[in-house]
Ligand binder design. Structure first.
Ligand SMILES: [Zn+2]
Length: 317
């Protein structure tokens, strides 16, 4: 069978990356550019259109050999009207991106929330391959999610649904970016981990986390995770607490959707087996509820850096 090709674009807060992707998940030539913070949302889209025009001209893509352009964007996306309603990360508001890009490039354009793009990618080509019931959770600045039930991406009305980051874990808990308190995101995001790391460090000047912070130059998930791996008891307390909340959120997801697999992606998932073993241990205590309930496998993302581009392109496969 002839391989089909679409362009997948991954829009992030600091850079925009894209590539032609085949229907078998191969990433061909990549393009990327930094987002100029001085530019407004329309100017950034015009720049993206120019980059795509150059890219398609150089590589000889036209309407005959390219299915279209898929775009993954962090934030609230109206997939029916092709608009970015709001993106906290990008500071974009009511942007008719699909219309602008279709007029600018001449190709068909489809858009999707970035976590849902990652879900499609992992489900077609990565850690969730061949699973008809599948959930992906991104652990980054926020907590994003995508749900596939019976081989179909759950979108909710106009694509606004499946935001598992805002299920509540604790009434009157930590404040969340959505205006409520105690959301999964307020405990399981990298932002939440950094908040708890800072609190613990301020209470314990002798923690190894201070050395890690000096070494890395900025606060990230690596500060607590690497110090915990080396046995720092304060870092271990932060990491164990983080993993407990993450696991409790995953258990809610198991109970609601009973997927075959849950995949963890995003910055914190880079902690790999150290994170996974703690989360799985907590989940296994409560996975079953009663004997005979199917086990939910929890895995780390397999596609890494290319996930967003592959998932956006996969809107055409
Ligand atoms: Zn929330």
């Amino acid at each position: 069978m002839k391989k089909e090709i679409a362009i997948g674009v991954d829009i992030g807060g600091t850079s925009i990356k894209g590539a032609a992707v085949t229907s078998e998940g191969e990433v061909l030539d990549v393009f990327a550019f930094d987002v100029d913070k001085e530019k407004n949302q329309e100017e950034i889209i015009y720049q993206l259109i120019d980059e795509i025009k150059k890219y398609t001209a150089i590589h000889g893509y036209n309407k005959e050999n390219l299915l279209g352009i898929g775009v993954g964007i962090p934030g609230t996306i109206d997939t029916v009207n092709g608009e970015v309603i709001y993106s906290n990360n990008l500071r974009w508001n009511h942007l008719p991106i699909r219309k602008m890009m279709e007029e600018g490039t001449g190709f068909e354009v489809r858009i999707i929330n970035d976590a849902k793009a990652a879900t499609l990618a992992e489900n077609k080509f990565g850690a969730g391959k061949k699973h008809k019931d599948f959930v992906l959770i991104t652990l980054g600045t926020g907590v994003g999610s995508g749900i596939i039930t019976n081989n179909k991406l759950l979108t909710g009305n106009k694509g606004y649904g499946a935001e598992l980051g805002h299920i509540m874990l604790r009434l009157d808990g930590e404040p969340c970016t959505c205006g409520r308190s105690g959301c999964f995101e307020a405990y399981a995001s990298a932002t939440a981990l950094n908040r708890d790391t800072k609190r613990m460090m301020n209470q314990h000047q002798d923690s190894l986390m201070w050395k890690k912070l000096e070494e890395y130059g900025c606060l990230s998930a690596k500060v607590a995770f690497d110090a915990a791996k080396e046995g720092d008891k304060y870092a271990l307390e932060v990491v164990d607490n983080y993993c407990m909340y993450l696991a409790e959120g995953l258990l809610d997801i198991c109970n609601a959707f009973r997927p075959e697999v849950i995949v963890l992606s995003g910055g914190i998932a880079k902690a790999g087996d150290f994170l996974l073993s703690k989360v799985v241990k907590h989940c296994e205590k409560y996975h079953y509820g009663y004997d005979g309930l199917p086990k939910v496998e929890i895995k780390i993302s397999e596609l890494g850096y290319d996930t967003g581009k592959i998932g956006a392109a996969a809107l055409f496969f």
